[in-house]
Design a protein around this ligand. Structure first.
Ligand SMILES: CC(C)(COP(=O)(O)OP(=O)(O)OC[C@H]1O[C@@H](n2cnc3c(N)ncnc32)[C@H](O)[C@@H]1OP(=O)(O)O)[C@@H](O)C(=O)NCCC(=O)NCCS
Length: 182
């Protein structure tokens, strides 16, 4: 059975994971939601206006039930990304996670560090049984994060996504079971 805890603070060697605040909108807009490079393989489009990001942050802060998990990722007191539970099946005890990091911070192992901490929390404190995540097949960075945290590629969903240029692409689905997580 799941024992929900909400988006409690999680600290790792280099990162702080904490709840969203409405005052984060400016930093989020300038560091990632307005960046086309970050939005290249995401289901959302880069924000054209700070108001889009304010609406997004408003939504994230309104989701504050114990069963909601939405964290801002901070490094050295700077907002650098976010990670959240985007899917939850209470009966099957499965959670899906999603994440995003500002471009300046890519390739430094930050998301692997954040995802490991979140998966540990979801398995060992909330009691989920399985964690899943997915990405566009061409999103090498995201595939590598999932593999580095120990997830296995379980499925290739053919032509399951529509790219921003209107073409169809494949979706990789990854998963990890509690007993596989070291
Ligand atoms: C995907 C993302 C979160 C990865 O974060 P990150 O902190 O850079 O990831 P890590 O550094 O922990 O690991 C990424 C790995 O992929 C590699 N990598 C990143 N981009 C790559 C690319 N385009 N081609 C090949 N390898 C790549 C990195 O070198 C690293 O591998 P290494 O540890 O063997 O050196 C980040 O790129 C991002 O936010 N992208 C945009 C949003 C997004 O796509 N989110 C996921 C949606 S499913």
């Amino acid at each position: 059975m799941l024992t929900h805890k909400g988006s409690v603070e999680i600290k790792t060697d280099r990162l702080l994971l904490r709840k969203f605040n409405t005052s984060d909108a400016e930093a989020i807009f300038s560091t990632w939601t307005s960046d086309e490079r970050v939005a290249k393989y995401t289901s959302w489009y880069a924000h054209k206006s700070i108001d889009d990001t304010r609406a997004y942050v408003e939504y994230m802060t309104s989701k504050n039930k114990l069963s909601d998990y939405n964290w801002i990722i901070e490094s050295d007191d700077k907002v650098i990304g976010s990670i959240n539970v985007c899917y939850s099946d209470e009966h099957l005890e499965i959670a899906g996670i999603a994440y995003v990091l500002a471009h300046d911070y890519w390739g430094k192992g930050y998301m692997t560090e954040a995802a490991k901490a979140v998966i540990n929390f979801l398995f060992n404190y909330v009691n989920y049984r399985k964690i899943i995540a997915g990405c566009y097949s061409e999103n090498i960075g995201s595939s590598k994060v999932m593999e580095k945290v120990g997830m296995k590629r379980e499925a290739v969903l053919r032509e399951q996504i529509k790219r921003k240029d209107g073409t169809w692409g494949d979706d990789f689905q990854y998963g990890i079971l509690r007993q596989e997580f070291a």
